[in-house]
Design a protein around this ligand. Structure first.
Ligand code: IPE
Ligand code: IPE
Ligand code: MG
Length: 357
């Protein structure tokens, strides 16, 4: 039942995104590079993302206004998918990631364009790819604003939603600033980590749920309950992202499985492992974590320490208990949420913790 609902919603969102992007591509017909570039952004958007944020927004809306057609809210939900993808394009530059969703990352794909087309000039293809990636993220951010501002809802409601959207964007940036600062340090506390992921990841889940509730003209109690649900589900989602980012199957995740460790990312796994490590393990961790040239055997050594210190189990348990906690918020809404959609929301959160990709 949920899976049928999820895939039907995903199809509708994809169709709306397709139409939205095609309208933009039309505006640059006759400018070959711009047309190529817009299509590249479009291709990136259609590489198989889970669409969890727009789906959260739509189901949050329906949990308050189940009688409304979801076609009405879908165009606004694109804003979250666009903002998310913009952040991924920039994230992959910062994380030096070559693959995303099993395909080349956006900046790498533009680097390769330069290699193929400008080999007879002095163009530095790495720089070209990074510049185009910075612009690609900006471009997608801009489209996201267009999607949140052009709705057929009353202007006051749209404005309230747009303010939340802006705040979500702000939280993401702040989270990534905090995360980037962590790179320079070996020891980061678990509390600092939660503050960071609440910004970089969970804020957008929170905003997705709140914005859906705002468009449904829900009560403050409903908006807040859905927001707390989204925030907590988002924290669980990022913990699982950390787990599959180092222990997942790259064929399934479509992302590198050693880059967090090589980049020295402070994930719940490394934070807990550092905290629990004995002296010998700690030495190994400090030598390998953040070493770009670490080989596979060394990375495997770190994975072993993450397991031996109990950090992996700790992270899994934490994600599960956050899932249990997040669904309790759904019962706090007054008036109560529609039962069917409340159930779908819980399933989305569950999908976020029980995922392989
Ligand atoms: C990945 O998000 C980045 C994080 C914030 C953890 P998703 O796992 O939702 O990425 P896609 O869009 O489904 O690929
Ligand atoms: C995702 O960060 C958060 C943002 C894009 C803001 P991560 O680096 O943890 O996500 P993945 O693992 O690359 O998708
Ligand atoms: Mg990344």
């Amino acid at each position: 039942m949920f899976l049928t609902h999820y895939s039907s919603l995903l199809k509708k969102i994809d169709y709306a995104l397709h139409t939205f992007m095609n309208n933009h591509i039309e505006t640059v017909k006759g400018s070959p590079f711009l047309e190529y570039y817009y299509k590249k952004i479009n291709d990136f958007l259609f590489t198989g993302g889970k669409r969890i944020r727009p789906i959260l927004l739509v189901d949050s809306f329906s949990s308050i206004a189940p009688q409304e057609k979801d076609e009405r809210i879908i165009p606004t939900s694109l804003s979250l998918e666009l903002l998310h993808n913009a952040s991924l394009i920039h994230d992959d530059i910062m994380d030096k990631a070559d693959t995303r969703r099993g395909e080349k990352t956006f900046h790498i794909s533009l680097r390769d364009y330069a290699n193929e087309n400008y080999s007879n000039t002095n163009t530095n293809s790495d720089d070209f790819g990074i510049s185009m990636g910075i612009l690609g993220g900006d471009f997608a951010y801009n489209l996201a604003y267009k999607a949140i501002n052009t709705t057929d809802f009353p202007p006051a409601v749209t404005l309230k939603a747009a303010i939340e959207f802006n705040e979500g964007f702000f939280q993401i940036v702040q989270g990534v600033i905090i995360e980037t600062e962590f790179m320079g340090r070996f020891a980061v506390t678990e509390d600092e980590y939660y503050t960071m992921i609440q910004g970089k990841t969970a804020a957008l889940f929170e905003k997705a749920a709140r914005i859906g509730a705002i468009f449904a003209e829900g009560t403050e109690s409903q908006i807040n309950a859905l927001g707390e649900f989204g925030l907590t589900a988002g924290v669980a989602f990022q913990i699982v992202d950390d787990i599959i980012g180092s222990f997942g199957n790259p064929e399934k995740t479509g992302k590198p499985v050693d880059s967090d460790l090589k980049e020295g990312k402070k994930t719940i796994l490394t934070i807990k492992a550092i905290e629990k490590a004995n002296e010998k393990q700690r030495k190994t961790l400090s030598k390998i974590i953040g070493n770009q040239d670490a080989n596979e055997a060394e990375i495997e050594e770190v994975r072993d320490i993450i397991k031996e210190t109990g950090a992996l189990d700790y992270a899994r348990n934490k994600a599960n208990s956050l899932y249990q906690q997040c669904i309790t918020f759904l019962d706090e809404a007054e008036p109560t949420l529609d039962e069917k959609y409340k159930n779908y929301l819980a399933k989305i959160a569950k999908m976020g913790v029980n995922r392989e990709k």
